[in-house]
Structure formats: C-alpha cells, structure tokens
Design a protein around this ligand. Structure first.
Ligand SMILES: [Zn+2]
Length: 295
C-alpha cells in the first residue's frame, strides 16, 4: 500500500512537472500484487521463477552459484528469499545480480541480496549511476523520494554485447535504453529434454506517464534510444520471452498449462513476443505523434 501511494504521488508530481496538459489525472496503477507470494517454479532449463505475483525475479542456477535477474520492490526481499529457499537453493549462493531496468520495482532488493550473498552487481552503462544513487538521478522519478530504493555499489559496468557467465550459464546483455538509460535485455540459450530454447529477458518498452519523448532536457536522446531499442528487440527471435512484469508475458496462463517436469514447452511463444512488441511500439509512436502535434 505504501508503494501504491508512493507511485501515485510520484506520477502526480511528474504529471505536474513534465506534462503540459493541465488537470490530467495520473492513471491509477494497481500495485496490489507487487509483493504477493507466487509459488516458485522451474521455467526452462536452469531458469527458475522466484518473483512475486506481478514483479518477476529469475534465478539462473548453476553449481558454481546463481544469477538473480531482477528483484522486485524493496519490500519483496523476504518473499523472494523464501522462494529461493523453497526451491532448495540458497540465496547466499547468488553470485551475480542483474536487472532489466534500474527502477525501484525491479532493483529494490539488490542491496539486500548483495549484503546477504556478497554477489557482484553488474549493470548496463546508464543504469549503473541509478543503482549507485538509489534512483536519485532518474529522468522521470528522480524528484520523487517515494520511488527511491536502497543504493548499491556496482562492481561491473556492462556495455552492449557483454557476456555474463557462471558455471554453464552464458548470458548476453543487450543495451536497450529508453525506459531507463541502461535498460537491458538478456539473451541465453538453455537446454531442456535435449532441445535448445532461446530465452529472452526483455527490457520494458513502456513509456511511463509524464515522460516527454520529443524534447526531454532530462534525457535528450530518449527518442532515438527508444527507436533503437525497438529495432534491437525486433531483431531477436526468442522461443521463450519473459520480462520484468509477469503480466507482460502471461505467466499465469502459461503456468496453468505447464508440465512441471518439462516446463519450457508451455512458455514457447514467439508470436506473443511479436504481439507485445507491436503493441508497445504502437503506444510509443502514438505518444510521439501526440507530442509532436502539440508543439
Ligand atoms: Zn520501470
């Protein structure tokens, strides 16, 4: 609830500061499922879902230690920790912390898990600064302390194409900025039942309410960054895609038809990936057109 109010306050203040439309009410964001427990499960190969009902977190396991991709809001630390333990893994064995975007609802537990495990934080250039200052320099949320998160040291700054690896897991980081300056998409191939699956952890391409795309002094390259990101994401051809929000990849529906012994098949959805991208791009282009016509 605290977060729910914080988000409204944040969106309200940014609507006031950044959006020229007077009286536009901030959209209501339903965050009620953001810290709610979701039973953890294996999703494909060594990838496990350890997030909450809506905010995703993925554990990529290996005998040499684990990678955690995204970690929800600060208040979700206990839930994620329980999920990791329920699967029989130890959160103390996390070696690398990654994120698809340095917003409070995806990196809120980074500081907690770094302290618990001694893991290295590896972050894409652009998001490294946000992690270090707890979101203070965010182009949209930076003026809203309610959306800040615990600051955390960054041990490795990633650039486009860098490889993150541990044990047999090999993850390619793609710089897909816009939503945040260092938003990241990860690609990896996993094997399950003798078949290879190309998995993409897609960065968000949502344009948050109040964001200016055509002229944005707080983020001058935002328009080109989003356009570049759509090109990169359109060039990928995943069998399976996931993202920071469970609803973006229909976790519920896919999980319902999943065979726990061989879960990957239920998550194969190249058409869903194309459809989500098309929907996000249409929304982005409509916002750009609207902003251009009001200049
Ligand atoms: Zn975000």
């Amino acid at each position: 609830m605290v977060t729910f109010i914080a988000v409204l306050v944040a969106l309200a203040s940014f609507t006031a500061v950044q959006a020229p439309q007077a009286g536009a009410a901030p959209p209501r964001l339903d965050t009620s499922s953001w810290d709610k427990y979701e039973a953890p499960f294996r999703l494909a190969g060594p990838i496990y879902y350890v997030g909450t009902q809506e905010l995703a977190a993925f554990l990529v396991s290996s005998p040499q230690g684990h990678i955690l991709i995204d970690g929800g809001i600060p208040g979700a630390a206990a839930v994620i920790e329980k999920s990791i333990r329920d699967l029989g893994f130890k959160p103390e064995d996390i070696r690398i912390l990654l994120t698809t975007q340095a917003h409070f609802d995806h990196v809120g537990t980074h500081a907690h898990f770094k302290k618990l495990s001694g893991a290295t934080v590896q972050a894409m250039i652009g998001d490294d600064k946000l992690l270090r200052d707890g979101g203070k320099s965010d182009y949209l949320f930076g003026g809203a302390p309610e959306n800040a998160f615990p600051r955390v040291a960054v041990d490795r700054v990633l650039k486009d194409g860098d490889i993150v690896t541990i044990g047999g897991a090999r993850i390619t980081a793609r710089h897909t900025p816009g939503h945040t300056p260092g938003s990241t998409t990860y690609e990896m191939t996993v094997n399950e039942g003798g078949r290879d699956y190309k998995v993409v952890f897609a960065a968000s391409t949502t344009v948050n309410p109040g964001t200016r795309l055509v002229t944005n002094p707080s983020y001058p390259t935002i328009l080109e960054d989003f356009q570049k990101t759509f090109r990169v994401l359109e060039s990928l051809q995943p069998d399976i895609f996931v993202s920071g929000h469970a609803s973006f990849f229909n976790l519920k529906a896919k999980r319902a038809k999943m065979n726990p012994e061989s879960p990957a098949a239920a998550f194969v959805d190249p058409e869903g990936y194309r459809a989500l991208l098309a929907e996000k791009k249409k929304a982005f282009e409509a916002l750009v057109a609207k902003e251009e016509s009001s200049r």
